[in-house]
Design a protein around this ligand. Structure first.
Ligand SMILES: *[C@@H]1O[C@H](CO)[C@@H](O)[C@H](O)[C@H]1NC(C)=O
Ligand SMILES: *[C@@H]1O[C@H](CO)[C@@H](O)[C@H](O)[C@H]1NC(C)=O
Length: 811
């Protein structure tokens, strides 16, 4: 019955536009729902708070928030805007957040003596939104100000776009009216609900120069090119510096210290004509423990459901917070955890979701420079060309260090997100697949536009179309299809039983016909990507068949299915995702990389699954045979009997006519296991479990090490993937243990097999490690020290480290 349904649906897709429109009227409303609920969010994750709409590319509205203590002459050095680990904030991040609904971000900035809470909420329709800033001093006795600068711009320089201030009749309320061809007409009001602006009781006037008065809100309007709006902080600092200079030059007497906040208030010193860009600076007296409240409310003129008062904002905020909490509790079972662990889990997931951004702009690609396969030196990419514009909807590994799309990370993010909001995960996945170009290539890092580029070290900004990366997106996509099909099976079995309550964010999961329609649409693109990957990373084994013959394995090897990462250097293999993990030395073009082969295996398996559900029988058979060749090759070529795990291999070069293993026990040697590519009855499984359980090698009380303690490279040099513990591979190991040894999740304490012992210890160790670091510092980390469990590398890394929530929330 299921297959017939699927076929019928596919048939509808192909019988012409009219019919398919009828058949997919559900689809349309689903798409509308997606567009509207995901239209507005803080999609500029590189900012502490930065808003822009999704899929509005030509004339978006943009908003950002900055703050500093302007009562100090050097205050401007602590002006906050882009997330920066160097700011040393005690804490920042979302403790409750869902991009469809909104949430709450908490910022503790001790240097500025500011405890800032930012609420973001939306109307039911998702068309209108409000931001509430609530600030308090951390220490009310410290004499400080909280100078809050909002900036906003209506993009569309040459189009019919406007954003201008209108008279509000009240000093506490500032109003704007805007319009853009894509957004329509809208009103913005900025309302100071509570708190007082800074005013010295000993002075009759706070004005130090015309327009420089901290006791009044200061507004400056001008034009800034669309592609420079992200430089709002630099522009602010420049104007402010000129203003300060001119004040000091023109004053005969010293400036009273109480006037310093006025000196550091922005004004229109160049007499610029007004434009679509606006700064609004409010300097609050930060000595009142009650703090201040500032609301920014956006109402579309044509939208009937208006947000019209601060009570409305308050009500929407409490509704948002309740709803996100309810959704969260529904998708994860935390009944067996205490309150603090729940808070930790919710905050960690919220920060992963809070890292979702929408990027639009050009990317830099060098299609001229060739890789150096003779000396394997790093080749500078000196012929970058701008290409695009392109768009990408993605989550980011870290708002501070990596606020852009990462192909290798994203699949892991999706494994996490799909447990909470399946449709959102699909939406992100499809956005990535859109990037597959005709050749089949997708960039390893997707860096769109100058704003995204501003956070990238120069040598990583240019992408190279010969470079691949582990195809984790396909890992995630096949998981999605699996779930949808399982769900459909269950539904058809339960047809006459209890109806599952319909969840509006799991429509694709519960209505697999929708997901199938998507799969059908993107299959040709995925096929291009697959073929590109296979051909671009193909090994040169053909030239070394004599070596296999000598070894007596020529007849067992499937010569077409061996791979080598292109673009490795002597010290690094960035394409593999595990940059400095030790590889064969010296590098040679006769190398065969076990992880490259394993990842093609994952891709092939995913393609087979997709072909299966799309009923493309011939394709399915082809993938099936490739997959079995890959599984054979893993064992025949890469398994080292002597070491008892998988290794990279070289079949020529220095060693001439023999196959030589490059064995370094660690993530790469267990990858075929972690990716579930080993046959379920493989006698080698036991050896892998024992390697993973060996505390003189990979096991530790904090998680599985990336490289064995007894490896000569353990902890050496850059020490990135040479021992530190990473959550992504640990997560895969837990999943693989469940796959190969279903008994590991049973509560029965008697049958403690080695696999079960490993699973239970590893799970607990990972939870403890990430949780304790969070408890101590308030942050999640990129990786963890193999000896102490201390979080290290990038701080506030809520990309794949957030997988800990899945680990906690499920058995
Ligand atoms: C920050 O403000 C919130 C809300 O008023 C309060 O609950 C929290 O304890 C404050 N945190 C600090 C570090 O002052
Ligand atoms: C291996 O690849 C070559 C070239 O693409 C192709 O002609 C051949 O049929 C393939 N062999 C197998 C066993 O698939």
């Amino acid at each position: 019955m299921l297959v017939i349904e699927i076929l019928l649906n596919l048939f509808h897709l192909f019988v012409g536009t009219l019919a398919s429109q009828e058949a997919f009227s559900n689809d349309l409303s689903f798409e509308e729902y997606t567009e509207q609920s995901l239209l507005w969010a803080p999609y500029r994750p590189n900012c502490y708070f930065g808003l822009r709409p999704r899929n509005v590319d030509n004339t978006p509205f943009q908003l950002g928030i900055m703050w500093f203590d302007n009562s100090r002459t050097d205050g401007v050095t602590r002006l906050r805007h882009f997330v920066d680990q160097g700011d040393h904030l005690n804490k920042y991040g979302w403790d409750i957040y869902d991009p469809r609904l909104g949430g709450r971000e908490i910022i503790i900035d001790e240097d500025n003596n500011l405890n800032l809470t930012i609420y973001f909420t939306k109307s039911h329709s998702g068309q209108n939104w409000a931001v509430r800033l609530h600030g308090e001093p951390i220490d009310a006795k410290r004499e400080t100000t909280a100078s809050i600068i909002l900036y906003m711009n209506q993009n569309g320089e040459n189009q019919d776009s406007k954003l201008f201030k209108v008279d509000s009749g009240s000093s506490k309320l500032t109003k704007f009216h805007g319009s853009s061809p894509e957004l329509g007409e809208y009103d913005i009001s900025i309302n100071r609900n509570s708190g007082k602006l800074f005013k010295s009781s000993s002075l009759s006037s706070m004005e130090v120069a015309p327009g420089c008065d901290a006791s009044k809100a200061s507004h400056l309007s001008m034009n800034i090119p669309d592609d420079s709006v992200w430089k709002a902080k630099d522009v602010f600092q420049t104007i402010l510096a000129d203003s300060v200079k001119s004040i000091l030059e023109n004053r005969l007497e010293d400036v009273h210290t109480s006037l310093i906040p006025s000196v550091f208030t922005i004004r229109n010193i160049y007499s610029l004509p007004p434009g679509n860009f606006h700064y609004l600076q409010n300097t609050f007296d930060n000595s009142d423990p009650m703090g201040f409240d500032l609301d920014v409310v956006y109402n579309k003129v044509k939208e009937p459901e208006k947000i019209s008062s601060s009570e409305d904002v308050s009500n929407l905020i409490s509704r948002t917070l309740n709803e996100v909490t309810a959704r969260f509790n529904k998708h994860f079972q935390f009944s067996f955890h205490d309150r603090e662990h729940r808070k930790f889990a919710m905050e960690t997931l919220s920060n992963l979701l809070g890292g979702i951004g929408y990027f639009h702009g050009k990317q830099l690609v060098d299609r001229i420079t060739k890789l150096d396969e003779d000396t394997f030196r790093e080749v500078p990419l000196i012929h970058p060309e701008e290409e695009g514009p392109l768009s990408l909807f993605t989550s980011v590994p870290s708002r501070a260090a990596f606020p852009r799309g990462f192909y290798w990370d994203e699949g892991f993010h999706l494994l996490q997100i799909m447990d909470y909001d399946f449709d959102l995960a699909v939406e992100i996945c499809l956005s990535w697949f859109e990037l597959i170009e005709d050749s089949g290539w997708i960039a390893r890092e997707v860096i769109l536009g100058d704003e995204a580029r501003s956070k990238v070290p120069g040598r990583f900004a240019v992408q190279n179309p010969h470079i691949a990366n582990p195809p984790t997106l396909l890992l995630a996509f096949s998981e999605m299809l699996d779930r949808a099909i399982n769900q459909e099976n269950q539904n058809s079995m339960n047809r006459f039983g209890e109806e599952e309550a319909n969840d509006e964010n799991n429509q694709l999961e519960t209505n697999s016909e929708l997901l199938l329609a998507y799969a059908r649409k993107i299959y040709p693109k995925l096929l291009k990507h697959y073929n590109w990957f296979k051909s671009s990373q193909q090994s040169y084994l053909d030239d070394y068949l004599d070596v296999l013959e000598e070894d007596g394995i020529l007849d067992k090897v499937h010569v077409n299915e061996t791979y080598r990462w292109r673009g490795r250097t002597v010290t690094h293999c960035l394409p593999s995702g595990m940059d400095d993990y030790p590889r064969a030395q010296p590098p040679d073009d006769s190398e065969l990389d076990v992880d490259a082969l394993a990842w093609v295996g994952v891709m092939t398996r995913s393609m087979r699954q997709i072909a299966h559900i799309l009923a493309l029988e011939e394709d399915e058979q082809m993938y099936s045979s490739i997959q079995s060749h890959i599984v054979d090759n893993l064992d025949v070529i890469h398994w080292s009997e002597k070491d008892g795990y998988y290794c990279d291999v070289t079949v020529g070069g220095e060693w001439d006519d023999q196959r030589s293993f490059s064995c370094h026990a660690g993530y790469i040697s267990i990858l075929p296991f972690a990716l579930k590519l080993m046959p379920k009855d493989s006698p080698k499984l036991e050896q892998i479990v024992s390697l993973l359980s060996d505390s003189s090698k990979l096991f530790s009380e904090y998680g599985i090490l990336s490289l064995s303690r007894d490896d000569e490279y353990f902890g050496k040099d850059e020490n990135y993937w040479r021992g530190p513990i990473w959550m992504n591979i640990n997560y895969l190991v837990l999943e693989a243990l469940k796959f190969y040894y279903p008994e590991v999740v049973s509560k029965d304490k008697k049958a403690l097999t080695p696999a079960k012992k490993l699973y239970q210890a590893l799970k607990q160790n990972l939870i403890d490690t990430v949780f304790h670091n969070w408890k101590k510092t308030g942050y999640c980390y990129e990786q963890f020290n193999p000896n102490t469990g201390k979080g290290q590398g990038i701080e506030h890394f809520t990309g794949w480290t957030a997988l800990i929530v899945n680990v906690m929330g499920h058995d």
